[in-house]
Design a protein around this ligand. Structure first.
Ligand code: SF4
Ligand code: SF4
Ligand code: SF4
Length: 362
């Protein structure tokens, strides 16, 4: 990610008095809970071990009795994208988890076990080792027919797929990898959706998560553009908004969220946020040591535009590759300065009107 961003204190002139922006050590206490409230909980999603099984999506649908829909939110429609194994498309009112499938024309550089014939002595891990011959090293870049470097290109390598041999599990072209990532509401420290909700339908729970109450939501939709991640969504034919609740009903019963329970690889890890952050830092250090230089944490930084996320990720590429905004900023960040400027303009108008009135009387 870029070092200079719209979320950088140098750019915003970070106002320590602005409670709608910046790090917030005790988000739950800030919301008015007593000092003995539970610890803030969250998700650490380690995409490097996600296998794209979509058990999390199914568990969420099942536990929350979410209706079936297609990628456009049309209810009871069985939508097939025809472009990918990902038919959910995106997060929505009826899909509170979404596993993104990203096919990339790029060598696999993650030291993961693979399938296929074992490597011959002296040949390294290239044959059937699952590392594409570049375990622990730099991903080689290469030029396409137009001379354009395609090292980072997120394109479907149709030629490689067509030469896939199911007997040996070799694709012929090893310059391909799939990234999978289970996306969800970020349960932001500064949640734009919650800040703008006029009815109190959205609220901060005692666990520090953000929940919408469908029996209070009036369907005004203010929260939809206020979310910098495009998560919260209005249900077609209903009008009210829905999103992940981090299984608030399960948390209050001492259970962990359904998606984390169903995940077979522990790609989705649930727990106290500070413990998850320490675990994520250690995992990033391990991957970096193993040569996975593109690994990075997303939503972990409490100095980012939303004060850090309650649900954060370990990614293997730029956030945009996964459909995530690179530099999300809470939409209410500039409210205090907007009000200050509006008050200044109003005072100036009154001053001009007054001087005009007094001038005429003389
Ligand atoms: S602003 Fe968006 S991502 Fe953050 S808590 Fe609200 S719906 Fe979730
Ligand atoms: S925490 Fe619960 S509501 Fe949120 S995505 Fe997981 S299963 Fe769905
Ligand atoms: S996050 Fe876990 S459950 Fe979801 S697709 Fe990945 S491996 Fe499967």
């Amino acid at each position: 990610m870029s070092q200079i961003s719209s979320a950088s204190p140098a750019f915003t002139g970070h106002d320590p008095g602005n409670r709608l922006y910046g790090p917030l050590p005790d988000v739950t206490g800030e919301a008015g809970y007593e000092a003995d409230h539970p610890a803030r909980v969250g998700f650490f999603t380690d995409t490097s071990v996600c296998i794209g099984c979509k058990a999390c999506e199914v568990a969420c649908k099942e536990w929350n009795t979410l209706p079936m829909d297609d990628a456009d939110g049309n209810r009871d429609a069985l939508g097939l994208s025809g472009m990918s194994y990902d038919n959910t498309g995106m997060l929505g009112a009826n899909s509170w988890r979404h596993v993104a499938f990203v096919e990339q024309s790029r060598a696999v550089d993650l030291p993961m076990p693979g399938i296929g014939l074992p490597a011959a002595p002296g040949q390294g891990a290239g044959s059937g080792g699952g590392c594409g011959g570049s375990c622990g090293g730099e991903s080689p870049s290469h030029a396409n027919a137009d001379g354009v470097t395609v090292d980072q290109a997120s394109v479907l390598n149709a030629q490689a797929l067509s030469s896939f041999d199911p007997q040996t599990a070799q694709s012929g072209d090893r310059e391909i990898r799939w990234l999978m990532s289970s996306d969800v509401c970020k349960h932001c420290t500064h949640a734009g959706c919650l800040d703008v909700c006029p009815t109190g339908a959205l609220f901060r729970t005692e666990f520090g998560t953000v929940v919408v109450q469908d029996d209070i939501c009036n369907g005004c939709g203010y929260c939809v553009p206020a979310c910098p991640y495009g998560v919260i969504d209005q249900r077609k034919g209903d009008g009210r908004v829905f999103k992940c609740t981090m299984c608030y009903d399960r948390l209050t019963d001492g259970l962990q969220p359904a998606c984390a329970t169903a995940c077979p690889t522990q790609s989705i890890q649930f727990g106290d946020l500070d413990e998850l952050q320490a675990r994520a830092d250690a995992r990033l250090a391990t991957l970096t040591e193993q040569g996975v230089k593109t690994a990075r944490l997303y939503g972990r930084d409490t100095d980012d535009g939303v004060g850090g996320a309650g649900a954060f990720f370990l990614l293997l590429d730029e956030p945009e590759v996964y459909g995530l905004p690179p530099d999300p900023v809470v939409t209410t960040r500039d409210l205090p300065s907007m009000w200050r400027h509006a008050a200044g303009a109003a005072a100036m108008l009154v001053g001009v009107a007054l001087s005009g009135f007094l001038g005429r009387r003389r």
